[in-house]
Design a protein around this ligand. Structure first.
Ligand code: ADP
Length: 158
């Protein structure tokens, strides 16, 4: 069985993340959506970890072969723990590519069996980021355009 980890902050999980996930499910038999929570982003996180999990649960309710998990350490430590050799990341821009290739090289150095798989953003989602969604929410806007179907934030964040 070919398994992959799709790691991220997912603060929150967006329609862009969902698009990458759907592509990953065409390549892999199982995809772990892994919320990292030991980053500097987490300390100023907008959604709590349980809220992020709930958003992903709602977003992926119709999907098979996924599992949501959280991890406090390096992504490669999670790979080793789950016996997974593939890390999926999405690419929107050349800036994403530059950042991601450095991370992929560091991961490979630390865990030579790991392969990073980059999935390009679909054109219609390439401008969407969790940051944009948070900004819209902070200013009282309607973020539903940027969230996967099934996600109802009114129930999640008071
Ligand atoms: P991180 O803090 O690890 O970058 P994010 O939750 O911001 O976590 O993103 C997780 C992954 O999803 C990253 O590889 C990011 O480049 C990718 N991603 C985010 N938004 C999009 C999008 N709109 N289209 C494609 N990939 C995306």
């Amino acid at each position: 069985m070919r398994k992959a980890i799709f790691p991220g902050s997912f603060d929150p999980f967006t329609v862009g993340h969902y698009d990458v996930l759907e592509s990953a499910l065409k390549l892999f038999d199982k995809v772990y959506i892994a919320i990292g929570h030991n980053t500097s982003k987490e300390r100023s996180g907008y959604f709590t970890l349980p809220q992020r999990i709930e958003i992903i649960r709602e977003a992926t309710a119709g999907l098979k072969n996924i599992e949501i998990c959280t991890y406090p350490d390096l992504t490669i430590d999670l790979c080793k723990k789950l016996k997974v050799n593939y890390i999926v990341r999405g690419l929107r821009t050349t800036t994403d590519f530059e950042l991601e290739s450095v991370i992929a090289q560091a991961n490979k150095k630390m865990f030579p069996d790991v392969v990073s798989v980059f999935i390009p953003a679909s054109q219609e989602y390439s401008f969407i980021s969790s940051t944009v969604v948070r900004d819209v929410l902070i200013h009282g806007g309607d973020a539903s355009l940027f969230l996967p179907k099934g996600v109802d934030l009114s129930k999640i964040k008071e």
